[in-house]
Design a binder for this molecule. Structure first.
Ligand code: ADP
Length: 328
């Protein structure tokens, strides 16, 4: 910790958007204002810092946003920020306003940017985990995961109705290029027969064998949930293989896609976003710098940005066992 006092804080949302980012922005701004600090919004992630798209925020600036998905600050991927010159420009733009603390709401890519920036310049950064993927170590929750997974569950429940009516096999693809959490949680919650995720090797022949066995037992509803980044391939690849081996089974594919990113955040996402946003400002004020604010076992947990970008949240093996037993 350091004792440097912060007086002006910038807040931005970066990388992939996630529902609840607005609630986090609101919490950061209102906590800062409560403590008499000047608060600034940065538009489009690091792009706004580089291009000087920064504006002063008042309490009214964050009115009526807690229930809205997306992010009022917009988000972007910023190429210039990968280069020192881009980061220097960003620093100069913050410095000329006297901004001396930064809150970055985003995923591990955004934390990588924040880590580099904080090492090169004298502006401390706080990361808030805003990602639907939940793959960040050091926190039990990430802002947006609960909403995304509930959207997936609602959609899969609907697909189950039509799968049941027609005795069809549905292969449903959910988001998760590198992380299987949405697939794992939504698959368990909807009673999927198989859940295929990037973190585990997919034994596709075993999947086919188990479908054959279930067919013999006249088990009717069949749902397979696949994360888009599964190492065997997405839902289309899996369907191609299954259709090749079991051509008589009526097999359909449904790719849920971007609906999982949008929508009004759940109560849980609003709560954790509010709590994390509040603690982001408190951290800057007490000199707890360059950490990611997380929650573990219902307590605030602070992970140095350096570690937050290295470790990924692991899949709990117990869940895989539960999937197998409950889907039999
Ligand atoms: P996410 O935060 O959702 O993981 P990205 O990986 O796209 O999203 O990262 C968001 C932005 O963070 C990038 O567009 C870039 O501006 C910045 N960033 C990511 N990695 C680095 C890095 N190694 N150095 C500097 N900036 C980075």
């Amino acid at each position: 910790m350091s004792d440097s006092k912060v007086s002006k804080i910038g807040v931005l949302t970066s990388g992939g958007d996630s529902p609840g980012m607005n609630a986090a922005v609101r919490a950061v701004v209102r906590t800062g204002l409560y403590h008499g600090l000047d608060m600034y919004g940065v538009m489009r992630g690091y792009s706004g810092m580089v291009e000087d798209d920064i504006f002063k925020m008042e309490s009214r600036s964050v009115a009526n946003i807690i229930q809205r998905g997306g992010t009022i600050l917009k988000t972007a991927r910023c190429k210039e920020f990968f280069e020192y010159e881009g980061r220097k420009k960003a620093y100069d733009n913050l410095k000329k306003r006297g901004i001396d603390g930064l809150v970055v709401i985003g995923g591990d890519g955004s934390f990588n940017g924040a880590l580099k920036f904080s090492k090169e310049f004298d502006i401390p950064c706080i990361g808030l985990p805003g990602t639907i993927d939940k793959d960040i170590a050091g926190t039990d929750f990430t802002i947006g995961f609960d909403t995304a997974v509930n959207t997936a569950v609602e959609a899969i429940d609907k697909i189950r109705d039509t799968a049941d009516a027609h005795d069809r096999l549905f292969i449903i693809e959910v988001m998760g290029r590198d992380a299987g959490y949405i697939a794992l949680h939504s698959g368990i919650a909807t009673g999927a027969e198989h859940i295929l995720i990037p973190e585990k090797k997919t034994d596709i022949d075993q999947v086919v064998k188990s479908l054959q066995e279930k067919e013999k037992r006249r088990k009717l509803v069949n749902l397979i949930v696949v994360a888009e980044g599964d190492e065997f391939g997405g839902a289309e690849e899996v369907a191609k293989h299954v259709k090749g081996k079991l051509p008589h089974i009526d097999t359909r594919v449904c790719i849920l896609g971007h609906i999982q990113r949008g929508g009004s955040p759940t109560c849980l996402d609003r709560l954790i976003a509010s709590r994390m946003g509040y603690h982001a400002v408190e951290s800057l004020m007490v000199g707890r710098h360059n950490v990611m604010v997380g929650i573990q076992n219902n307590k605030m947990h602070y992970t140095p940005l350096e570690n937050a970008v290295k470790a990924k949240q692991k899949i709990n093996e117990e869940w895989m066992k539960i999937v197998k037993i409950l889907a039999s």
